[in-house]
Every structure is written in structure tokens, then in C-alpha cells.
Design a protein around this ligand. Structure first.
Ligand code: FES
Length: 164
């Protein structure tokens, strides 16, 4: 290939890359507009920048639940005294379930075991400014998982007491 031809090919490739970048940017913009029409700012913030994602080393309580949609959430707790000092979650679910996991772990952290067990799906939905009908169950999945993790903690405590 001559030098002239190489330059021509490079120019064409640059133009193609620029056009492709423009296309990706416009698709991103469309998706973001659609998401903003469906989800609140807070829900998008929690979905894209969730807090408390991950796993704890030797959790004091833990649960993993698969909801009717087939998505799974796991919540783990650290309890010191009677206070939830750390709460982490992971989910393979949708963006809404990530947002719900983020909110429920934030709500639970710092509460007593009894206080955390009073958290329900409506509390999560209230923080998120609601969710579309098809995602309301994501909040329930988060609330059920937190409650199951608290139950597991309580059961462990009972077993330990019986051993003593
Ligand atoms: Fe199932 Fe969100 S957790 S769709």
C-alpha cells in the first residue's frame, strides 16, 4: 500500500470512529431520557452509585432470597451489642433491585435489631420516590431479605444461648 493510500485509509477509519462515538453518545442520551421519564432522580442515583455493595467477613446474620421474578438478593449483617454496625448486599437483579438494596442497607445501618425489623418495602419506596409498577416487587425482595437476615441472626443468638 502506498503512503497516500495509507493516509486515506487512516482518515476514513478516524471518521468512522467519530461517527460510531456519536452514535453511542446519542443512544446513551436516549436511554437516559427514557430512564428519567420512568425513575426518580434518587432511584437512578442509587441504581448507578449504590452504597453497601459487597460481602462481609463472618457475618452475624445473612440471607439470600430469590424473588418471583427469578432475581436474587443477599444481605449480610454485622451486629455489635444490639446495633447493626454494617450491612452489605449483592444482587443479580435489575437496576431497581440494586437501588432497593442500597436504600435498605442504609436504612438498616445504625438501627437496633428490633428497629431494623420494622423496615418494610414501603419505607424503601418512600426514599426512592416510588418505582414503576413492574419494579415494586424489588423493594419487597429487599425488605424480605433484610428480615430473613435478621431472623437468621436471632436464631443464631438463640442457639448460642441454649449452648451456654
Ligand atoms: Fe426482580 Fe427487580 S428484583 S425485577
Amino acid at each position: 500500500m502506498t503512503k497516500e493510500r495509507q493516509k486515506e485509509v487512516a482518515k476514513t477509519t478516524d471518521t468512522e470512529f467519530a461517527e460510531f462515538d456519536e452514535l453511542v453518545a446519542s443512544i446513551d442520551e436516549t436511554i437516559q431520557k427514557e430512564e428519567r421519564a420512568i425513575y426518580s432522580e434518587r432511584a437512578l442515583e442509587e441504581a448507578y452509585h449504590p452504597k453497601n455493595v459487597g460481602e462481609l467477613k463472618s457475618p452475624d446474620g445473612a440471607a439470600r432470597i430469590t424473588g418471583p421474578c427469578g432475581d436474587t438478593m443477599q444481605i449480610q449483617l454485622h451486629v455489635e451489642g444490639d446495633i447493626l454496625t454494617d450491612v452489605k448486599f449483592v444482587t443479580d437483579g435489575c437496576g431497581a433491585s440494586t437501588a432497593c438494596g442500597s436504600v435498605i442497607t442504609e436504612l438498616a445501618k445504625g438501627k437496633t435489631v428490633e428497629g431494623a425489623s420494622r423496615i418494610v418495602d414501603a419505607d424503601v419506596l418512600a426514599v426512592l420516590g416510588g418505582l414503576p409498577e413492574e419494579n415494586v416487587h424489588c423493594a419487597l425482595l429487599a425488605a424480605n431479605t433484610l428480615n430473613a437476615a435478621l431472623d437468621e441472626y436471632r436464631n443464631k443468638q438463640k442457639r448460642n444461648e441454649l449452648r451456654q
